[in-house]
Design a protein around this ligand. Structure first.
Ligand SMILES: [Zn+2]
Length: 208
């Protein structure tokens, strides 16, 4: 079996640079604890950010429970990439085969998504989310700040999808050159004891 890296589909958390914002959260920032440019023995920074607001992140059911549950590492899983065109802000149809991980790329798909100030975004209809659950998806990845609308305080779609062991990854960016289809996904999640953590999903093509 031969693996060819196709694409890193993360939007990194960048500090102090041009960056995306969502839900009106503050930009990610860092301050020097030690700085070699200022005579420090090394560089050591203190970062202030939220996994949910400042870049690609993976979250678990602990996002909505009173009980604190930490996001698992996911690692290697088979994934399917599908592209959808929301109609009037709604994603109502998901054409996919049963799959462990599903990556949903929404149209339009300009690279500006990586630095956008997200005020509103398309969302799944509850039936579309039920369809995703019925496909056996355990790890759902989307290029939106949330699988729910900003004003949905009930987090309807999150609740349809969540159970223990499943994850949702938000704010990925899949370049248009990557074709829909099946990939091996390496979903690397930072080791945080928290409901969400920054993550780096990487797609591989598998050749036998
Ligand atoms: Zn989130």
């Amino acid at each position: 079996m031969q693996l060819t890296e196709v694409c890193d589909i993360s939007i990194p958390v960048s500090f102090g640079k041009r960056q995306l914002s969502a839900f009106g959260g503050a930009p990610a920032r860092s301050e020097a604890f030690l700085d070699t440019r200022k005579g420090g023995s090394c560089n050591c920074e203190i970062h202030t950010f939220s996994p949910h607001l400042n870049g690609t992140h993976t979250e678990c059911v602990g996002h909505i429970t009173k009980e604190r549950i930490s996001v698992p590492n996911v690692g290697l899983v088979m994934a399917q990439l599908v592209t959808v065109k929301p109609e009037q802000g709604l994603i109502s149809t998901i054409k996919a085969e049963p799959t462990e991980a599903l990556i949903v790329r929404t149209l339009p798909n300009p690279p500006a998504k990586k630095t956008r100030n997200y005020k509103d975004w398309p969302t799944f209809t509850p039936d579309a989310m039920k369809r995703i659950v019925a496909l056996g998806v355990k790890h759902l990845l989307v290029d939106l700040p949330s699988v729910d609308r900003r004003d949905d305080a009930r987090l309807t779609n999150h609740r349809i999808f969540w159970k223990r062991g499943v994850t949702i990854t938000e704010l990925v960016y899949v370049p248009s050159r990557v074709k829909d289809g099946k990939y091996l996904l390496n979903l690397q999640v930072a080791a945080f004891e928290a409901d969400a953590a920054p993550s780096r999903p990487v797609l591989y093509k598998v050749k036998k």
